[in-house]
Design a protein around this ligand. Structure first.
Ligand code: UTP
Length: 288
């Protein structure tokens, strides 16, 4: 069976309550890190990993996300008339020329598992990637490209993992880890949002997944988990023993842009990486 991943799902229908008031009128996924919105960084990461089908699970009140990936004739005409070729190129929003864009809706924010289930028709029983745009990973090779390189040989369910501080496990899906093989960690069990006392390890899932097509059937049971939400972690846990499951220790630094401090840190980190020396000096002066 081919394990090549061409479809990526972006669940972007959440409420973004941790980032109010910024997210009252602007979707969290449209908040910019340096010069482009979070969702564009995510799309660029997926494109760099070879994805060509981009599935957005969105909500009616978050129309700005799809607008960002639509043609903008008013800008195009203006920029062409003014000969602004550099700015014209920036209108592209990171999608490859052969991209297929699919928009689907989650009627109510019932949880990440439910949002992924909303993409079932677009994924068509085949394996697919999931990127949560509010988790950013900074590295020369994108996190998803690192994962697809592994996935072609192993298949199953694969999740990006990193060690988190022991008192933070209640924010993540946490692994009961088995055998290690290079960057891969066998997953023997999973617990969603455990308090530190109940956490089987400190190895936590971050916002990158490659999922076997069978996950959709499991999700269709609509079982509620932590916080009364339909959790993707629970569906993956149910498939352990049927579908091979591994954690992948990715290379790079992750920033949780779903909260204020993580988002600010990401802006600084990416600004330092992409900015010129003058900007770097000014930032240093601010810190001092
Ligand atoms: P979060 O867990 O950060 O939830 O979702 P949230 O609703 O966006 O934010 P808070 O917790 O209220 O501040 C991670 C990703 O999953 C999507 C979000 O849009 C985000 O991209 N999501 C979450 C959905 O699409 N639907 C859901 O029901 C929940």
């Amino acid at each position: 069976m081919s394990h090549k991943i061409d479809t990526v799902v972006f669940p972007v229908a959440g409420m973004g309550t941790r980032f109010l008031p910024a997210t009252k009128a602007v979707p969290k996924e449209m908040l910019p890190v340096v010069d482009r919105p979070l969702i564009q960084w995510a799309v660029e990461e997926a494109a760099a990993a070879g994805c060509t089908r981009f599935v957005f699970v969105t909500a009616p009140e978050k129309g700005a996300i799809m607008s960002h990936f639509s043609d903008a004739p008013h800008y195009q005409e203006l920029l062409e008339a003014r000969g602004k070729t550099k700015e014209l190129a920036l209108l592209e929003a990171g999608l490859p020329a052969n991209a297929e864009i699919i928009e689907t809706f989650q009627d109510a924010p019932l949880g990440l598992g439910h949002a992924i289930w909303c993409a079932r028709e677009a994924t068509d029983d085949k394996p697919f990637a999931v990127i949560l745009p509010d988790d950013m990973v900074q590295h020369t090779t994108g996190c998803l490209a690192q994962m697809t390189a592994q996935y072609e040989a192993i298949g199953g369910n694969l999740v990006a993992v990193e060690n988190v501080p022991a008192d933070q496990t209640y924010r993540y899906g946490v692994l009961d880890p088995g055998a290690e093989n290079g960057a891969l960690v066998e997953v023997k069990g999973l617990v969603e949002k455990p308090v530190p006392e109940d956490a089987p390890s400190t190895l936590a899932i971050i916002g990158r997944y490659i999922l076997d097509g069978q996950i959709m059937e499991t999700l269709s049971e609509f079982k509620k988990g932590a916080g009364g939400e339909i959790q993707i972690t629970d569906a993956m846990a149910e498939l352990i023993g049927t579908v091979p499951m591994n954690g992948f220790r990715f290379q790079g630094t992750r920033y949780d842009c779903g909260n204020r401090d993580g988002f600010l840190e990401a802006n600084l980190a990416f600004a330092l990486a992409h900015g010129d020396d003058a900007l770097r000096q000014r930032l240093r002066r601010l810190l001092d």
